[in-house]
Design a protein around this ligand. Structure first.
Ligand code: SF4
Ligand code: SF4
Length: 194
């Protein structure tokens, strides 16, 4: 599968269109200050992180080394417009194997966090966060499934104290951030089945 964002990323990296003098330096410095971003500029594009990555194995457009390179170039807008920054499974294989001590997983997460601060989020994360806010669980468990659990002798799921969950999440500012989302990327499972 090749998305529009992939083409954009490949052409940006591969065609000599990157102008280092136009790099968003505050974005690069901000990333380097975040936990895991310290070794950002040590990446020499060996590709070990790509060959270690389970997401890259199934999705050719996903390349952690490319995301790191774009971050080094300060390509904030292109990164924020790419769904790829939301696809990392945080398995940490890249981080364990990088010969330079670069932490691609942490860098990718930091980029996604910065995007969210600017009101950009992948639809799947928005939906998951909204469900947690409303139910205290990542996924709503349908009644039929609860009954099936009882039928096969599994214990009842513990009740969620939703007021406590809401109080806790409110203190993180999550509900406010979600209400200020300006742009969502990707498509939800629900949208795909429609
Ligand atoms: S393994 Fe490390 S040095 Fe190699 S491309 Fe990935 S981040 Fe860069
Ligand atoms: S942590 Fe993310 S980028 Fe790194 S190998 Fe795992 S899925 Fe790939």
């Amino acid at each position: 599968m090749t998305s529009a964002s992939t083409k954009t990323e490949s052409s940006i990296i591969g065609s000599g269109k990157v102008n280092p003098s136009k790099a968003d330096q505050s974005f690069i410095k901000g990333l380097e200050k975040l936990p895991g971003g310290e070794a950002l500029r040590k990446c020499y594009q060996c590709g070990v992180c790509i060959s270690s990555c389970p997401i890259a194995r199934y999705l050719s457009e996903y390349k952690p080394a490319q995301i790191v390179r774009m971050a080094v170039y300060g390509l904030k807008d292109q990164l924020f417009a790419s769904r790829n920054i939301w696809l990392c499974s945080t398995c940490y294989a890249c981080l364990e194997r990088c010969p330079e001590g670069v932490r691609p997983a942490d860098i990718i997460r930091a980029i996604a966090n910065l995007a969210f601060q600017e009101g950009i989020i992948h639809i799947a994360f928005k939906e998951a966060a909204t469900t947690i806010l409303n139910t205290g669980r990542m996924f709503e468990v349908p009644e039929i499934r609860k009954k099936k659990r009882e039928k096969v002798g599994l214990p009842k799921l513990p009740e969620v104290n939703i007021d406590e969950v809401k109080k806790l999440l409110k203190s993180t500012g999550l509900d406010e951030r979600l209400s200020h989302v300006k742009k969502t990327l990707g498509s939800s499972e629900q949208a795909k089945s429609e």
